[in-house]
Design a protein. Sequence first.
Length: 91
Amino acid sequence: MIIKSSTSLRNDYGNISALAHEVGEPIYITKNGEGDIVVMSIEAFEKREQLMMLKSRLAMSEYSLANNEPTVSLEEARKRLEAKYNAKIQS
């Protein structure tokens, strides 16, 4: 965990920005000795968002399986996708 003061952010933005890109993780900014905000590179933020979305989708899938909701085989899913794809090409 990287912790920097708000004074560091204000006075040395360039180095904190470079650090955020280098480490690819959040940097915690304190104000008056207490946690205030978190900064991170856009790349790290987007990667984190994608991971959260994936985890959410996996959780929904696990919920569906646990509640015996209908499923399809991989082969059936492929057939359905191919049918949709072919229908779009023909239209």
